[in-house]
Design a protein around this ligand. Structure first.
Ligand code: ADP
Ligand code: MG
Length: 145
């Protein structure tokens, strides 16, 4: 689908956030400026997170515990090697500890658990093209499937 504005993209995220469940994994893929953080902000909002949701580019992982489900928002942009996923605890926590949303999820190839919602974002004339792929029924429910 084509999403015409940042506000509309946040609304798409809110729909996902409203359905997010413990152990859910949302992988965000797209270039710088594609709208990954914008979508993640909507997801947080839909979960009931109240405070500001910043880009985790420098922090690597930002955690929000005031929503319906604990949310962990990661960004691999500044990570240099896949080994750092282990050091940062991502390898053992993803899919277990709350719900995860990961920006630049394709940075080190497919290192993630099989069950996930993949979201591809791309700038196009008129806004952002958003493409979803759920790999199992549970993650399909996140997009109303
Ligand atoms: N659907 C959209 N249409 C137009 N601009 C958008 C849309 N979604 C996001 N933006 C804008 O694009 C910019 C980059 O968004 P951001 O979410 O930070 O991207 P990323 O995290 O992928 O680098 C922001 O200024 C944001 O407001
Ligand atoms: Mg971002």
């Amino acid at each position: 689908m084509i999403v015409a504005s940042a506000a509309a993209l946040q609304q798409v995220g809110e729909g996902i956030g409203a359905r997010l469940f413990p152990g859910a994994l949302v992988l965000l893929v797209g270039e710088l400026g594609a709208g990954k953080t914008t979508l993640a902000q909507g997801i947080a909002r839909g979960l009931g997170v109240t405070g500001a949701v910043r880009s985790p580019t420098y922090a690597l992982v930002l955690e929000y515990d005031d929503g319906r489900v604990p949310l962990r928002h990661a960004d691999l942009y500044r990570m240099e090697a896949a080994e750092e996923l282990v050091g940062a605890g991502l390898s053992e926590r993803v899919g277990v500890d709350g719900a995860w949303v990961v920006e630049w999820a394709d940075r080190f190839g497919d290192v993630w658990p099989a069950g996930r919602l993949e979201v591809r974002l791309a700038a196009v004339p008129g806004g952002r093209e958003v493409t979803f792929r759920a790999t199992d029924a549970a993650h399909g429910t996140l997009i109303g499937g």
